[in-house]
Design a protein around this ligand. Sequence first.
Ligand SMILES: CC(C)(COP(=O)(O)OP(=O)(O)OC[C@H]1O[C@@H](n2cnc3c(N)ncnc32)[C@H](O)[C@@H]1OP(=O)(O)O)[C@@H](O)C(=O)NCCC(=O)NCCS
Length: 296
Amino acid sequence: MFADFVLRPVTAADVPAVERVTGEAFHDLDTRAHRTGWPKPARRTEESSARWRERLDHVLRTDPRGCWVAEDRGGILGAAVSMKRDLTWLLSAYAVRPGVQGRGVGRQLLDAALGYGSGCLRGMIAASEDPAAARRYRLGGFTLHPAMLLTGTVDRAALPVVEQVREGSPGDIDLMNSVDRQVRDSAHGVDHELLTRTYRLVVVDRFAGSGYAYVAPGGGAYLLAATTRRVATELLWETLAASSPDAPATISHVTAANEWAVDVGTACHLALHTRGYLGLRGMKPPTPYLHSPHFL
Ligand SMILES: CC(C)(COP(=O)(O)OP(=O)(O)OC[C@H]1O[C@@H](n2cnc3c(N)ncnc32)[C@H](O)[C@@H]1OP(=O)(O)O)[C@@H](O)C(=O)NCCC(=O)NCCS
């Protein structure tokens, strides 16, 4: 047990250090995964680090009491960043510096973040494949739903013509909140303001069903929600069409409840793997839905 550290709320001045610690922890996790056959890990780019800091600034504004750091005299050891949307508690980030993992720092951080969510009816965590994280989440009462990932170069000959998918804008936030509530009981609310500034948005809004997807930078969906599988499938195809013909695209965070997404990835010859979990409390895996790693 590692005793000589304190827990305190995150301040705006901590944001760069928290970003660095989480970057180190995930690079270390990816290095361990590489030994078991996963691709060589890459460090965050300056652009992705900046996006990470912008996200933390956003959660600090909306949920300052959900954001915790552990520190000792040497600096920040780890952080847990959580938020509440309607009556759902969501874990947005959770990491401890590689050299001090496994000594109880993560347990205290997660307990503090979970305390912020007391009174919430539901909880969501996009869990990594780290066994230490999975242990903490299960002990925290979360059901771990294994998740799949499909990756590879999209077979462009398989791309169907998708009609009635249009570009979205901040004017679609009410529509998106309504879809969120139908699919997962809670709206993303203020997160859509940041997301619409950060990602390309595509939307379907017709009598028979509606939905939206934020397009990940390399193609595929960063977050996708729809009221029917048909709309979800069309949106996912649209996000895959945005991938480059020479670079791999990824469909991540696919639970077994979302086989429609496995079918899309299979149709365009992406390779299917398992990776991480969707940790849930008080709810079933949302569908048709591909959750975001940071805003769930
Ligand atoms: C997940 C993480 C934040 C936990 O922080 P931590 O300080 O290591 O957590 P703790 O030491 O409090 O708890 C880890 C638990 O897992 C156990 N553990 C560690 N390695 C393990 C392994 N390979 N298999 C099973 N259990 C393991 C530890 O014994 C400990 O359990 P215990 O306290 O009941 O003995 C940290 O390990 C980390 O940063 N991992 C990489 C990034 C990551 O995956 N973050 C989660 C994002 S969803």
